[in-house]
Design a protein around this ligand. Sequence first.
Ligand code: HEM
Length: 385
Amino acid sequence: MLSEQTKEIVKQTVPVLEQYGNEITKVFYQRMFEAHPELLNIFNKSNQKQGKQQTALAQTVLAAAKHIDHLEAIVPNVNQIAHKHRALQVKEEHYPIVGEFLLKAIKEVLGDAATDDIMNAWEEAYGEIAGVFIQMEKAMYEAAAWDDFKSFKITNIEDQGTSMKSFEVEPVDNIKIPELVAGQYITVRIKPTNDDNLALRHYSIYSVKNDGKLRFAVKREGEGEKKGLVSHDLHDKYSVGDTIELSAPAGDFKVESDKDKKLLLLSSGAGVTPMLAMLEDEAYKGRNVHFVHVNEAEKDVPFKEEVDALNAMNENVEVTYHLKEKDGYLTSNELSNWINEDVDIYLCGGITFMDTIFDELEKLNIGQADVHFEPFGPKMSITNV
Ligand code: HEM
C-alpha cells in the first residue's frame, strides 16, 4: 500500500512530468535499448522511427498515476493493453527493466528538481501500476491457447482492394486453434529483410470459421522512409507454403450488446477486418446488421466479394459503401439516418478516422461510452483516462 504522502507527491508532480513527457520518453527508450538491445526484438522499430506510439507507454504511466488513489479506474484500459502485452509476450521480468529506465529518464531530464522524495514516490507508484498490469497479464497467459510463438504454414494469400492482402494459415506444430471470437487479432513474428531484429505486429482476424485455420489481413503500411517493415515483407516476400510465427489469438473487442438490437458495424480501411468477422458471425445468427465501410473508391474496398455475398445470402444484412471520392466525408447527417436507440454502434479504423467519427457522433449527442470501438493504435490516445 502506498502512503498518503507518496500518493500526494505523485499526483502533484504528474503535471511536471507531462510537461517534459516527450523528452523523458526519448531518453527512456534510448537508454533502455542501449542497455537491453534484446528488447528491440519486442518493440516496434517502425513506430520508434516515426515517433508514433512512442509516448503511449510513458503517457499511460502518467495517466495511471493520476488515478493512483483508485487504480481500479484504469482497469478497462489496462485490459486492452494487457491483451497486446500478452500477445507480444511481454513478461513479468520485463517490468523492472522498464521501471528502472523510466525512473532514470525522469532523473536525467528533471535533474535536481527530481528530489529523492519525488524519485522514491515514483518508484513506489510505478511498482503499484506495474502490479495491476502483471496481475491481469498473468490470467491472460494462463488462458492463452498456446505458449510463446508457434510456426504456421501459409495456405492462401489473396489481394483485398488496392492495399491489403488476406492470409490463411494452418499450424505446423501440434496445436489446436481455439474457438475464435469475432474482433480478436493474432500477432505475427518475422525476421524482416535487412534487419537484425525480429519484428512483431498485430493483425485482426477476418473470419471465425472453425476449420483448423487462422485468417487475418495485412495492410501495406507507408512507403519510402515510412515503409512498414513487416507489412511490406508479408506483401512482397511471403508466398503460399512459407512459414511465419504467431502467438495465440488475443483482444477484448467483441459483440456484447443486447441481441434484440440492430448492429451498426462502421469501419474504414483496414478496420474492415474485425468488422467482417463480426458481420459473418452475426449474420448467420440471424442478427440484423448494417455494415458500413468507408474508403476512397470502390477499387480500394477490401473483402467486397465476401461482404456482397453475405449481403445477398442474408436478408438481415444491409451494406453501405461510403466512397469518399464521390460521397465526401461521412457526416453526422448521414450517420443520423442509421442510428436510433435500437442500434448498437461498433467502430474500427485508424486514429484519425475514429476521431472524426467521434466528432460527428457528438453532434448527435452520442459519446464514446455509447460506442464499442477498437482503434488501430493505442486506445488511450483517444479516450480520456
Ligand atoms: C504497448 C503501456 C510495460 C512493451 C503499450 C501501449 C501502452 C503500454 C499504452 C500501447 C498499446 C496499444 O497499442 O493499444 C505500458 C505500461 C507499462 C508497460 C503503462 C508499465 C506499467 C511494458 C513492458 C514492456 C512493454 C515492461 C516490455 C519490455 C510494449 C510493447 C508495445 C507496448 C512492445 C507495443 C508497441 C510498440 O512496440 O511500440 N504499452 N506498457 N510494455 N508495450 Fe507496454
